[in-house]
Design a protein around this ligand. Structure first.
Ligand code: C5P
Length: 238
């Protein structure tokens, strides 16, 4: 699977997203989230694929197993390379999601990879304990969800960089660890809490990084993308 940094296309509409992507080459990995998908529908994924981009469709499904299964059958037809659910939906929901994807994938075609969100990278341990009533350390909850996700046929998880090494030890290097909350040392954290640099992500066992505002709001997005890619791929002499 493409291991380039995944650019989060958190834009209000298709035209803004496509004009932002103009200088980016084929094979760039992009993420379509709720904002763009709810505005533009499946057509945005088709248009990105036609232009040669790989697409992570980040809709974070979380509902009863039967509903998630049917939704995944529909999503398989949309043509994304990677989709996701919330691990908090439970093992039956995750297994149903995979069944739904398998059902919607045409014979001979590879089904999209599917990963589970553990704890959002905007969640703190205090919030998790007080609002979700999980009386554990945050990394324990994340690791528990990762194990559950693997046992429920997920290809990997979304987690923060700080949990990736523990998940690699428990679930193996091949299990995807897709990590948002990435910032260059000079950037603002915004609403993200468990942040790390691309170089830290590479060292700590992330298999993919998701980067939004550090690229999309940079004065020079292409330069920011290249700097992040260099740090991530270790071309900076590390
Ligand atoms: O701008 P920023 O780099 O913070 O964007 C991160 C992107 O990753 C957003 O699109 C956000 O929805 C997504 N994401 C996240 N944390 C997760 C899962 C997805 O930040 N656990």
């Amino acid at each position: 699977m493409n291991t380039s940094p995944i650019i989060a296309l958190d834009f209000e509409d298709r035209d803004t997203a496509l004009s932002f992507l103009q200088p980016f080459g084929q094979g760039t990995f992009v993420k379509v989230g709720m904002q763009l998908f709810y505005k533009e529908g499946p057509a945005i994924v088709h248009q990105l694929k036609e232009r040669g981009f790989d697409v992570f469709l980040d809709l974070k499904l979380h509902d009863i197993p039967n509903t998630v299964k049917s939704a995944m059958t529909s999503l398989a037809l949309v043509g994304a390379d990677l989709v996701n659910v919330h691990a908090a939906g439970g093992s039956a929901m995750m297994e149903a999601a995979v069944e739904g994807l398998d059902k919607g994938t045409a014979a001979g075609k590879e089904r999209p990879k599917i990963i589970a969100v553990t704890q959002l990278t905007s969640t703190t341990e205090e919030q998790m304990q007080q609002e979700q009533l999980i009386p554990k350390a945050l990394d324990e909850s994340v690791l528990h969800y990762a194990r559950l996700a693997q046992a429920s046929r997920m290809d990997g998880v979304v987690c923060s960089v700080w949990e990736a090494a523990g998940i690699a030890a428990a679930c193996g290097d091949g299990f995807l660890k897709v990590t948002p909350g990435i910032r260059l040392a000079s950037d603002e954290a915004h609403d993200q809490k468990r942040i790390a640099t691309p170089a830290e992500a590479a060292r700590r066992g992330s298999t993919h990084i998701v980067v939004g505002r550090s690229i999309t709001q940079a004065a020079d997005p292409i330069a920011a993308y290249h700097e992040i890619t260099q740090q991530w791929k270790g071309l900076d002499g590390r």
